[in-house]
Design a protein around this ligand. Sequence first.
Ligand SMILES: [Zn+2]
Length: 412
Amino acid sequence: MFYNLDEGAKRAIEDLKELAELTSDEKGAQRVAWTPEWQKARDWFKVKAEELGAVVTIDSAGNQWAKMEGETEEAAAFGSHLDCVPNGGGLDGALGVIGALEVLRQYHRKGIKPKKTIYAVNWADEEGARFGYSCFGSSAASGSLDIKELMGRKDGNGVTFEEAVRMYDVEPENISDAHTQMKARNLGSYLELHIEQGPVLENTGKDVACVYGAAGVERHSIEFTGQSSHAGSFPTRMRQDAFLAAAQSALSFKEIALKYDAVCTVGQVRVEPDVVTIVPGKCVISLDQRTIDPVDLMKMHEEAQRVVDQAAKDHGVTAAWDKICTVPPQLFDDHLIELCKAAVEEETAEPANMYSGPLHDAVEMATQVPTVMMFVMSEGGLSHCKQEHTPDKKLKAGVQAFLRLADKVVNE
Ligand SMILES: [Zn+2]
């Protein structure tokens, strides 16, 4: 291997700091997609990539592709996203884009043409922070983007999606062309380095892991309807308390999650009429269930329906389900998983494999191109906030493991 891992990792950490200085304030990183701060980050990416001899183009969905010509047409893409949530952290997305730049740099530094053509890609609007649609750019490239869903959506200031993207040279009517443009790039693989954004690696004392897939999601809202009544005069046994049915269900969802070693989250609760002295006649909750096994995911959803029926019966209320979305679990590519596992073991001398709970651009790409991800631990599991942090020593292990993986993929 001619890659210089130590130097590469140090430079990636310097780049992360440089980008943070350019696009953060005292509240955190401010690279929300379709804003001037985000554009600053994109300009920074373009300059960095061009310094490394790459040619940067922007596709119809606003994704930036930095291309380094290889000896063959077959291409390997590396990337992630430079956008972030408001008051976000410095690593979410940025680490993967900078890791991708570092792959380019390994060849530029030596003046060697890579065996395969290499792309470093910066996906547009992964977070959906402004218009509520996650993985915009990568889903346009994968062809799964529901553009009608986005048309007419407004941000908090009443600016429409169409108006916002036009300011960054994206024409709404051409966005879906990003799919054919991606197809034309002849990608044989896509690799993404990302922080874990959870506490699992830290808790198991590991720094880096091979990510073999991403959890599927079943997301619903459940509306319990009982009868509002006076909090003083209505006896407990005679109430039709919609909140209690929801609360009982929520506790049962936790048991389901534990049984399947998965996660079930009630993140939203709304009671009506929301008055101290009135028994709630209505309660609407959200339920987000995730796991990697499609059969488990189905069973978890069925069991959730059963416990809701029981809770409704116990409290004399009715329950109505409304689907928000279903995302099937996505397993990554077997061969790339093997290479990724090997890279992690070479770097850290121990195996570490996990699946991702959150969605990532890689999950979109995995439907089109052999894909794998690598996670680096997140201190305290914190992310999407200013406190998001990974100690330099562990970041270094992550970048070095990723470069080992890149070397395997580009040179096989
Ligand atoms: Zn991310």
